[in-house]
Design a protein around this ligand. Sequence first.
Ligand SMILES: Nc1ncnc2c1ncn2[C@@H]1O[C@H](COP(=O)(O)OP(=O)(O)OP(=O)(O)O)[C@@H](O)[C@H]1O
Ligand SMILES: [Mg+2]
Length: 336
Amino acid sequence: MRVGVAFNLKRVKPEAGGAHDDEAEYDAPSTIEAIAGAISSLGHDVVLLEADATFPAAVLAARVDVVFNVSEGARGRSREAQVPAVLELLGIPYTGSDPAALVTTLDKALAKGVVRDAGIYTPTAVVMTTGDEPLPAGFAFPAIVKPVAEGSSKGVLPASVATSEDEARSLARRVAARYAEGALVEEYLPGRELTVAVLGESVLPPMEIVLRTRDPYPVYSFDHKLEPTDEVAYEAPARISSELDRAVRALAARAFAALGCRDVARVDVRLDAAGRPAFIECNPLPGLTPGWSDLCLIAEAAGVDYPTLIRRILEPATRRARRAPGPDPAGLVASI
Ligand SMILES: Nc1ncnc2c1ncn2[C@@H]1O[C@H](COP(=O)(O)OP(=O)(O)OP(=O)(O)O)[C@@H](O)[C@H]1O
Ligand SMILES: [Mg+2]
């Protein structure tokens, strides 16, 4: 098959502390090369397609059968849905979740509402754009104050945990001034952190993010996701009881389904003070940097090597491609 890879290339290098984080979620050239290499090794032809304003015309001209989507999009809370929405319009099958699921999961408050309605436990939270919004009844501190619609731990630093209402409001104002969609003020969960990959019809064994910082309220912060550090260890599979393993996998699978995800996602989970697992967020466009991204570490530990991981994400979309009618480039090119 002819497989397009839709991506956004990281040209601005983010720095520790969160400076220059505009393109932190975009992929390095080496990651795009690794994905393209894995797809080629499966016997497909690969066409690289940057997900900018040139994308709609370029994807039509490339005459691809299917698109492997890792694009983050540009601007605003619908950005992750942009490429899938264009592909739906053009009738081109693609990997991963549809626009509706991508919009819902990028907005952590929306996602929490959906999973809570599905009976899944998630900590109490409120969105703040002015910092003056009332707190939900019974809201308990400490609280994490993080951007409501960012990823890669953008805006999540050791100082993002507030121990008082005043501190939470001032952190929320700072987050809202920097990130357009505002801040999520969420009860801080002090327990272990686990992340769970859903790959097609399997839920892989959870991985523990072991935080070894001296901070009173440890978080898996922006700096931890920039380069390797002694402050974080990855335990894959997590050393947890079979009962907790079952509970965490079930939570991930139910959240994936409730949010309408498809093919692949990573669900982040934390335990509360009583050891009960809670939904933090769901990532239907998880990082795919070999040997580094959480999903790749989870897969490796489960005996799924990188080309196999890429194949398992691609396969459902190639199945959809065989069933679906092709795009009609003539009419559509004229309309762009
Ligand atoms: N309610 C919470 N209680 C405790 N820690 C939290 C909470 N919410 C977030 N964190 C910490 O902050 C980190 C980043 O938060 P979150 O996963 O919501 O952000 P993200 O930027 O979307 O992450 P990703 O890189 O997975 O896309 C978490 O991995 C966790 O360590
Ligand atoms: Mg996360």
